[in-house]
Design a binder for this molecule. Sequence first.
Ligand code: SAH
Ligand code: SF4
Length: 390
Amino acid sequence: MQKPNLYNYSPEELAELMRMWGQPAFRARQIYRQLYVNLAADTAAMTDLPLALREQLAAETELGALQLVRLQQDDDGLTRKALFQIPGGHVVETVLMIYPDRATVCVSTQAGCAMGCVFCATGKLGLLRNLTAGEIIEQAIWASRELRAWQADPPQTIAASAVRSEFPSDEDQWWGGEGDSFSERVTKQVGRVTNLVFMGMGEPFANYDRWWQAVERLHDAQGFNLGARSMTVSTVGLPQGIRRLAGEELPINLAISLHAPDDDLRTSMMPINQRFPISELIAASHEYVERTGRRVSFEYVLLQGQNDHPHQAIALAKLLRSRGPSGPLLCHVNLIPWNPVPGMPLGRSERQRVLDFQQILRDYGVACTVRVERGIAIAAACGQLAGSAT
Ligand code: SAH
Ligand code: SF4
């Protein structure tokens, strides 16, 4: 039988476990610190606990449920993708992206996904199973350990080509010239995982309760201490999830996968649009903005010749500029040139088409950026995660 995963325990549940084991209450706080601050990789490393307690933990609990199957690197080691096996035999992927001023981890919330978007590698798998809160949390813990190891032994040189995007971005000023001591700057500035995006495998709102438990735990100032504004969730666009998030206390960021300006096209790309068409999505977005005062991001994957025509950019701009009860929608568009998935008869929009699309949106007054992609060569970029161990 599977032993319980310590990362599934809340602080209260750890306290209850210690009470049952006849331990003083402060032991629970020590263990919690070991898990979320020290990032102990094994109970033997929890040297502030008595040996007998360490042994009992090792015998009766599991320090994490994810088994690392494979680690891949790209961008001179600045992008790292982990493939984990989860109890039951399925696999999930996590990506760590290191930048000069921050480090972002992209976390999965489900093994596979039920939504079946035609352009997405994960969608091809169907839903295999929901991840537990602990399994979601552990991915962030893995990334922190990985970053710590990278910082302890930083690379000597990183080619500018490894980090430059093909699209101009505010980040370019950071990279500096080829000869700059980039890694020195990075190791000085990035102390820890600073950003977390729920944009890996799965639809977070289809596993809402466990996903939200993970958000709250990772936010806890006594533990991992990641700010709410440093977390972003991306959804296929489930209106009930958007409304529920609007009512949560923690102000995490919301990104919605829109990808098309009209229902026919969106339905052909994303089957979920049949149940929740664009009008419902926009209505829920207006509600979200009114209730929270925060803007929403719309993701728009660009497929050559499908949804990247100038007239579609105009239709998108008009859709987003349409007025809700209290004015135009407070929003931002993030364009994602499609990342290739083997066997899919689709194409990535050419650079000039992307720039033209962006310019039209801006001309209509819609804020718009192009997502800087990482790890395409190791299938670690958006929508390429399929958990193949071969
Ligand atoms: N299930 C959620 C979050 C995971 S996908 C969602 O769909 O929003 C994260 C983002 O990558 C989404 O915007 C998704 O539409 C996009 N995406 C999926 N496949 C892609 C691909 N092959 N290339 C680029 N983006 C892709
Ligand atoms: Fe699922 Fe998101 Fe992929 Fe669609 S894009 S299949 S919702 S993971």
